[in-house]
Design a protein around this ligand. Structure first.
Ligand SMILES: *[C@@H]1O[C@H](CO)[C@@H](O)[C@H](O)[C@H]1NC(C)=O
Ligand SMILES: *[C@@H]1O[C@H](CO)[C@@H](O)[C@H](O)[C@H]1NC(C)=O
Ligand SMILES: *[C@@H]1O[C@H](CO)[C@@H](O)[C@H](O)[C@H]1NC(C)=O
Ligand SMILES: *[C@@H]1O[C@H](CO)[C@@H](O)[C@H](O)[C@H]1NC(C)=O
Ligand SMILES: *[C@@H]1O[C@H](CO)[C@@H](O)[C@H](O)[C@H]1NC(C)=O
Ligand SMILES: *[C@@H]1O[C@H](CO)[C@@H](O)[C@H](O)[C@H]1NC(C)=O
Ligand SMILES: *[C@@H]1O[C@H](CO)[C@@H](O)[C@H](O)[C@H]1NC(C)=O
Ligand SMILES: *[C@@H]1O[C@H](CO)[C@@H](O)[C@H](O)[C@H]1NC(C)=O
Ligand SMILES: *[C@@H]1O[C@H](CO)[C@@H](O)[C@H](O)[C@H]1NC(C)=O
Ligand SMILES: *[C@@H]1O[C@H](CO)[C@@H](O)[C@H](O)[C@H]1NC(C)=O
Ligand SMILES: *[C@@H]1O[C@H](CO)[C@@H](O)[C@H](O)[C@H]1NC(C)=O
Length: 595
């Protein structure tokens, strides 16, 4: 009996419970604003592109997505969405919003995505984004925002992604990003910023991806990103005035991906990146970098991908990728490379993707390793093409797939070197032959570089000629031909060099040196002759005089009979003096000769 009131009301209650949702649903179906399209089952309302100047009334309050993009809304008043508490995504992009009152988004407790891109916002007053505890994505790009004031985003504690590109930003206040404790991704693009907002960024302790694009910033000061310990991805794109990175500009970072593209870097910023030992992806495309240097990336042992497309790369030095044991992707399309040698890699075993298209490749033995591996390498359907052969002559547009490995062989030249190095002396007017034998596959061509830095090769005929066997022949040598000659043996695989020295004695010095030699060798026997004569004279003077005396006696005795002995004695003495005179004259001549 006491329970009767409950039982009496129960049917009515059940009826109400059954009817209310029905009326609500039919009601919502009926209350869809006239210029909108409502998908009530998906709780989606499309009012985009309707020339709306105000937010329409009668939007179903259970809507989760409201698209008001491409209208002409100018302002948003405080609390104007407060009925729509179920809203998860609100799209207000491409309107004419220039003013948003603080509290406009109040009570949108479930809102996760707010798009305000393409409006006319000039500032983000503190308080505009209050009451959005769930907001994860905010897009305010393509507005006219000039500065981010302190605490502009302070209540967005769940915000993970902030798109702020394409504004007129000239200044980011030091506390602008405070409170964005969950922010993972930030993009600043096409702004008039002239420096990296280091202080503001330092509040983003959980930032993982930072994109700074189309900026006229010319330098990145040391420690610009010092406190972004969690940052993994940094993209710097289109900073035309950035020509170099300072050695400590990226200090404090522990990145896995770094892109510095379409800037004006002339060198790989080896010093700035060497500490990024967890880096896996590096993109330096569209920078005027001309050389990848040997062993400079060795510390980045986890690097898997390197991209430098559309640059001015002409040389990849040996060991350029030394130490990169996990290297998988190399993208060098659209550069000026004539070759890429296997010696540039730590090992080509892991290489999967190789893009070399758009380079004037010379197909010779240096590229043999690619031709051999072409089935295992992914060219992304862009086969490298031979533009020239090893001599650089002619245009031979041949696909790698048309080249058989057997056609190409390779061994770097080596020159048989003499120890000590070749030294040759010739007289002026004489002929010199400097030899140089190079070995290699294909056989190297030999050329010589003269002491006067003239390159001499087999094509040259004349006084100085390189013979087919590599010998440099110098006809009719001049003293000025003397000096150090460099022999260079070169083939497609490389070169080897050797020095040889030539000395050409001028006729003058030949005369002086030779005559000095002749003089000494002539003077020596002469001195011996004089000494001997003197000795003979000294020792033999008594027997001589005796024999003369005996002769005299003998002759006078004989003369007593004939009377002609005097004549003979006179004849004998001059014969001796004549001989002595001849010797002294010769001595005089030799002594006078040097001048
Ligand atoms: C919006 O207005 C423009 C002119 O102001 C008109 O050309 C266009 O058709 C209108 N669009 C809609 C959907 O009414
Ligand atoms: C930003 O730079 C662009 C082009 O350089 C210029 O048109 C614009 O007026 C600048 N904006 C500000 C706020 O300085
Ligand atoms: C750097 O990042 C890697 C993962 O990307 C992580 O394993 C490593 O611990 C980090 N090092 C430091 C010092 O934070
Ligand atoms: C290599 O670079 C080209 C041109 O920039 C690009 O289209 C291609 O996707 C790149 N390949 C890889 C694997 O990133
Ligand atoms: C390179 O090509 C030119 C022109 O096609 C040809 O004359 C020359 O012999 C070739 N050189 C080699 C080494 O194949
Ligand atoms: C030698 O000549 C070459 C050009 O043939 C030039 O590039 C080089 O600088 C010269 N070297 C010296 C030491 O003069
Ligand atoms: C090189 O060739 C020249 C002439 O053909 C010859 O006189 C010379 O002995 C050769 N030199 C060597 C090292 O073979
Ligand atoms: C020899 O080759 C090296 C590179 O391997 C190069 O730097 C050098 O200039 C070459 N020398 C000559 C004379 O060609
Ligand atoms: C130097 O002497 C050589 C003979 O030794 C001779 O053939 C040559 O003509 C001389 N040269 C000059 C410049 O006098
Ligand atoms: C003459 O010969 C000597 C060594 O015998 C040498 O040192 C000197 O330079 C030569 N003179 C000239 C002018 O070459
Ligand atoms: C030096 O002597 C040799 C023979 O001993 C001779 O052939 C040569 O012409 C001489 N040289 C000079 C400069 O007198």
């Amino acid at each position: 009996m006491e329970a009767s009131p409950g039982t009496k009301w129960r049917p009515l209650l059940l009826l109400l419970l059954a009817v209310i949702p029905g009326t609500f649903l039919t009601g919502s179906r009926h209350t869809c604003p006239s210029r909108c399209r409502c998908l009530s089952q998906d709780k989606v309302v499309f009012c985009n592109g309707r020339n709306l100047t105000a937010v329409p009334g009668r939007i179903p309050p259970d809507s989760e997505l409201l698209d008001l993009s491409q209208n002409v809304l100018r302002t948003l008043q405080q609390g104007m969405f407060s009925r729509l508490q179920a809203l998860k995504e609100l799209d207000l992009s491409y309107n004419a919003l220039s003013n948003i009152e603080p509290g406009a988004f109040n009570s949108l407790k479930r809102l996760m995505t707010l798009r305000l891109t393409g409006n006319k916002l000039k500032m983000v007053p503190s308080g505009v984004f209050t009451g959005l505890p769930s907001l994860a994505v905010l897009d305010i790009s393509e507005n006219e925002i000039v500065l981010f004031q302190d605490h502009s985003f302070k209540d967005l504690s769940s915000l993970r992604k902030l798109e702020a590109g394409d504004n007129h930003l000239i200044f980011v206040s030091s506390q602008a990003f405070s409170g964005l404790q969950s922010l993972r991704q930030l993009t600043l693009e096409k702004c008039n910023l002239t420096g990296v907002p280091t202080e503001a960024l330092s509040h983003l302790r959980h930032l993982v991806e930072l994109r700074l694009k189309v900026l006229s910033i010319g330098s990145v000061p040391d420690h610009s990103f010092q406190k972004l310990h969690r940052l993994k991805v940094l993209e710097i794109h289109r900073w035309p005035s950035l020509t170099a990175l300072r050695p400590h500009s990226l200090a404090g970072l522990n990145l896995t991906a770094l892109s510095i593209t379409r800037c004006s870097l002339r060198e790989v910023p080896y010093k700035a990146i060497h500490h990024l030992v967890h880096l896996r992806f590096l993109d330096l495309s569209h920078n005027p970098i001309s050389v990848l240097r040997g062993r400079k990336l060795a510390e980045l042992s986890r690097l898997q991908e390197f991209h430098l497309t559309g640059g001015r790369l002409a040389t990849v030095q040996a060991h350029a990728f030394h130490g990169l044991v996990h290297f998988r992707v190399l993208n060098l399309s659209g550069n000026g490379l004539r070759t890429l040698e296997e010696g540039a890699f730590h090992s080509v075993g892991n290489l999967e993707v190789l893009r070399l298209d758009g380079n004037p490749l010379a197909c010779d033995c240096r590229l043999l390793w690619i031709i051999r591996r072409q089935r295992r390498l992914n060219f992304e359907a862009r086969q490298p093409v031979c533009a020239t052969n090893s001599t650089g002559e002619g245009k031979v547009f041949r696909k790698f797939s048309d080249i058989l490995p057997g056609h190409i062989t390779c061994r770097k030249p080596t020159i048989e070197k003499e120890t000590p190095p070749q030294r040759l002396s010739v007289e002026e007017g004489g002929r010199a032959m400097l030899t140089c034998k190079g070995d290699g596959d294909p056989p190297p061509t030999i050329s010589w570089v003269s002491p006067h830095n003239v390159s001499l090769d087999a094509s040259r005929k004349g006084r100085l000629a390189v013979l087919p066997n590599g010998t440099l022949r110098i006809h009719h040598a001049f003293p000025q031909d003397g000096g150090a000659y460099l022999c260079v043996a070169r083939n497609a695989a490389g070169n080897d060099t050797m020095w040889a020295h030539l000395r050409v004695f001028s006729n003058f010095s030949v005369r002086v040196n030779a005559s000095a030699l002749n003089a000494s060798s002539a003077a020596l026997p002469f001195l011996l002759d004089v000494g001997t004569l003197a000795g003979i004279l000294a020792i033999g003077i008594v027997p001589f005089l005796c024999s003369v005396a005996i002769c005299f006696v003998f002759i006078s005795l004989w003369n007593k009979g004939r009377g002609t002995a005097k004549h003979h004695i006179i004849n004998a003495v001059p014969r001796y003096s004549r001989g002595y005179k001849a010797v002294t004259n010769r001595h005089k001549r030799v002594a006078n000769k040097p001048r």
